[in-house]
Design a protein around this ligand. Structure first.
Ligand code: GLN
Length: 386
């Protein structure tokens, strides 16, 4: 056979999201797997993209590190919500979604023999990015059933090769939002061991009920060592537009820019105008967005609990984590998730697909509640009948 895929990429030929969405399509199941909203974001943002295309703004390559107006809007947003001061000229880069911000940061900042710390369950692309950079993934389990970070385990995982800590809060897939105390303990270790932190804050505006998102860059001594990643897809419900960004100190963003410009070069010119507007929308937009999602979360949480599942309170993101509930006749979450579309007509994601250690995610499912109430109720009805 001729040589094709490099061996270290072989594990990534398929993804759990692809597998489960294909199953959903084949079986007609309600897809509570892949995390995307089934309702588009604000009309006014769409209208700006539409007008930009019609008026010929952004139809040709935008500036390589992002439209200046969008970079300014990102810097203003970080100042307005978090008090972080950034120079849009040097400290911000627009990316093709948060994914590209994460992958180009890993490629730019990590090398062979470096170790990257990541909390487990981790979002799947982290594993790919770490392998692409030839660094080594060192995963530290969030402890089930509550999935809170274990700071002693994190400390024990640090070696003199640890280069970067990849942090994701609000956390996909568990729905946990790290508290100030947890973040401070992580920051203390990062400072003590001189680690770079890559903070995936894609879900920064998706937190509920007094579990505010706190960017780790706002803690003392952290701004100078943190690359923070944001997502227009998640903050404005346009996941198909693939607009994201990274921000941080000039030297780290210089590194990210160096790599990123040679990946997608630029992306989505007209969308960049639209997202610049979105970032300047009043607080009321962000608040009502949050309230809407919290209501959807409550429908799914209550419904699944009524069916006999044990649910971890979802403090943020699109996602709710439960045990296997009444479906006790399966060896693990993956086996159940693969059969659930056939048996019940519903798709969920097994947490074990995001784990290195046995016992962390084998008995846990992730359910996406960023769906219209009637879709959530239909899924619950189907589960009840099964
Ligand atoms: N971020 C989304 C999720 O976690 C989509 C992931 C994907 O399809 N690659 O479900």
């Amino acid at each position: 056979m001729r040589r094709t895929l490099v061996p270290r990429m072989e594990p990534y030929v398929s993804s759990i999201f692809g597998e489960m969405s294909t199953l959903a399509a084949q079986t007609g199941a309600v897809n509570l797997g892949q995390g995307f909203p089934d309702t588009d974001g604000p009309h006014e943002i769409k209208e700006i993209a539409r007008a930009a295309i019609a008026d010929g703004r952004g139809n040709q390559y935008p500036p390589v590190h992002g439209l200046p107006d969008l970079r300014e809007a990102i810097a203003d947003h970080q100042q307005r919500f978090y008090g972080l001061t950034l120079d849009p000229g040097t400290d911000v880069v627009v990316t093709t979604g948060a994914s590209e911000a994460i992958q180009s940061s890993l490629l730019a900042l990590c090398d062979q023999h470096d170790e990257v710390l990541v909390f487990e369950p981790w979002f799947d692309i982290y594993a790919v990015g770490i392998d692409l950079s030839r660094a080594r993934r060192v995963s530290v389990p969030l402890r089930p059933p509550a999935f809170r970070p274990d700071i002693d385990a994190l400390r024990d995982a640090i070696t003199d090769r640890t280069r970067l800590l990849l942090l994701n809060s609000p956390h996909n897939p568990t729905g946990v939002v790290f508290t100030r105390e947890e973040l401070q303990a992580i920051a203390d270790l990062a400072i003590e061991h001189d680690l770079i932190v890559l903070a995936d804050e894609a879900y920064e505006h998706l937190w509920y009920d007094g579990h505010p998102h706190i960017p780790i860059a706002t803690l003392p001594g952290m701004a100078e060592r943190t690359v923070t990643v944001g997502s227009a897809g998640k903050s404005f419900s346009f996941t198909g537009w693939k607009v994201g960004w990274a921000s941080g100190p000039t030297d780290l963003i210089r590194a990210v820019r160096a790599v990123r410009q040679h990946l997608s070069f630029v992306s989505g010119g007209p969308f960049q105008y639209a997202i610049a507007h979105g970032l300047r929308m009043p607080d009321s937009y962000f608040e009502s967005f949050r309230h809407g999602l919290a209501a959807q979360r409550d429908i799914l949480t209550t419904g699944l609990r009524d069916l006999g599942f044990t649910a971890v309170e979802s403090e943020g993101t699109y996602f709710l984590t439960t045990d296997l509930g009444p479906f006790t006749d399966y060896p693990d979450a993956l086996a159940l998730a693969r059969d659930l579309p056939h048996r019940a007509g519903v798709v969920a994601i097994p947490l074990q697909s995001f784990c290195d250690h046995a016992g962390v995610g084998d008995a846990a499912l992730r359910w996406a509640y960023c769906k219209r109430p009637e879709v959530l109720r239909e899924a619950l009805d189907r589960l009840g009948r099964a």
